[in-house]
Design a protein around this ligand. Structure first.
Ligand code: NI
Length: 171
């Protein structure tokens, strides 16, 4: 099923998600499949479970936007184990639609995670993949990309969102 994307303002987005302890269950495989379907439907390149209202440490990434199945990535209980260099580029989030801001992040990161079957693996990504790995891992720690921009810019976005909420254009 396609889940609706939870928008900024919902507490689940700013709450650290819970570790997965049971792998290879029908429920987990279904959730991962639904996360990919929901991410593609929303035209995103990454999605974390809290963004569909599920407070669990699961994220999916596909920087090819569905063009290359080999790039589908499932990250369960991910941890950043190495980071190197720096890159600055515009970043957005499905939970903050229509906003984009430049964010400085590591240019190369290595993540250790489990797949849905419970097999541990490491992946190293650069540039856009590094950005996605960091952005999605942040989500599972209850952190949004706007925590990496200046307080001034963050307040401006919050004020705009408050206006949208009052106009019932943000839910
Ligand atoms: Ni996001």
């Amino acid at each position: 099923m396609i889940y609706p994307i939870v928008k900024y303002g919902q507490p689940v987005l700013e709450t650290p998600a819970l570790e997965i302890k049971e792998f290879d269950t029908e429920e987990l495989h279904q959730l991962v499949d639904d996360m990919f379907i929901s991410m593609y439907a929303a035209k995103g390149v990454g999605l974390a479970a809290p963004q569909i209202g599920v407070g669990k440490r699961i994220a999916v990434i596909d920087i090819s936007s569905g063009e290359d199945p080999a790039q589908k990535l499932v990250l369960i209980n991910p941890e950043i184990v190495d980071r190197d260099g720096s890159q600055t580029s515009e970043e957005g989030c499905l939970s903050l639609p229509s906003f984009r801001e430049p964010v400085t992040r590591a240019n190369k990161v290595t993540v250790r995670a489990f797949d849905a079957k419970g097999t541990q693996f490491e992946i190293t990504g650069e540039e856009l993949l590094a950005r996605a790995l960091l952005h999605e891992t942040d989500h599972l720690n209850g952190q949004l990309y706007i925590s990496h921009i200046s307080p001034l810019k963050r307040d401006l976005i919050r004020r705009k969102i408050r206006k949208l909420q009052k106009a019932n254009e943000w839910s």
